[in-house]
Design a protein around this ligand. Structure first.
Ligand code: MLT
Length: 212
């Protein structure tokens, strides 16, 4: 694969499941982190889980930042392109439908998924973003009709101020996305209730088709 430069894990789908979850970990995580969450969100889905290629003090991330919440926008553009190419190449190697890829990202992984939605809107069929913020302001609104997004924010998140995630919801909606923004009573950390809610949200939009 030309972009196998992303260390990654791939778990094939079980029969009857057409969706592929693109799992994107947070800063300091790796390709193993979100596998259990992916399995509980859509049991039997294919899982594609790359490791971020940018290192910050040895911690993998998906793009460079200058400081907490201050992003290197040129690097975001480059990394979003690389990730889009990786997903396309992986769909050929592993034989999954590249029109059925739904991102599931946490924190920095949610932010690169948001960048994909804003810059490379054809790559994803939808997204579940835990603790996402605005990665950059796009030059023109992306076409996100038929690309629904579930945004899970933390009421006391000190990394993502509420107006920031609300701005992200607005940018996505301006592109035509149907956005569900839910706010949970905690900070940047993830709770099981929001994983359950995201699983229900996904099940409505990507029901498992049982083969006859
Ligand atoms: C980022 O850098 O993407 C955000 O600040 C989230 C994080 O801390 O990784």
């Amino acid at each position: 694969m030309p972009h196998s430069s992303f260390i990654h894990r791939f778990v094939p789908a079980e029969q009857g499941n057409r969706v592929t979850l693109l799992l994107l970990h947070g800063t300091g995580g790796d390709e193993g982190d979100l596998i259990p969450i992916g399995q509980s969100l859509v049991p039997g889905a294919a899982l594609l889980s790359p490791r971020g290629r940018v290192l910050e003090n040895g911690m993998p991330r998906f793009f460079r930042r200058v400081a907490e919440g201050v992003f290197d926008v040129e690097d975001i553009r480059l990394r979003a392109r690389e990730l889009a190419e990786f997903v396309e190449a992986a769909s050929k190697v592993y034989g999954f439908d590249d029109h059925g890829v739904v991102a599931v990202g946490y924190s920095n992984g949610a932010n690169i998924a948001a960048a994909l939605l804003l810059l490379q809107p054809r790559v994803l069929a939808g997204a579940v973003l835990f603790r996402a913020m605005v990665p950059l302001e796009p030059e023109r609104p992306p076409d996100l009709r038929d690309v629904p997004v579930f945004l899970a924010a933390g009421a006391t998140d000190r990394i993502v101020p509420r107006p920031n995630v609300e701005r992200l919801a607005t940018l996505l909606r301006e592109g035509g996305s149907s956005v569900s923004l839910e706010v949970y009573p905690r900070g940047h950390e993830l709770g099981t209730d929001e994983i359950d809610d995201a699983g229900e949200w996904l099940a409505v939009r990507w029901p498992v088709r049982t083969e006859p």
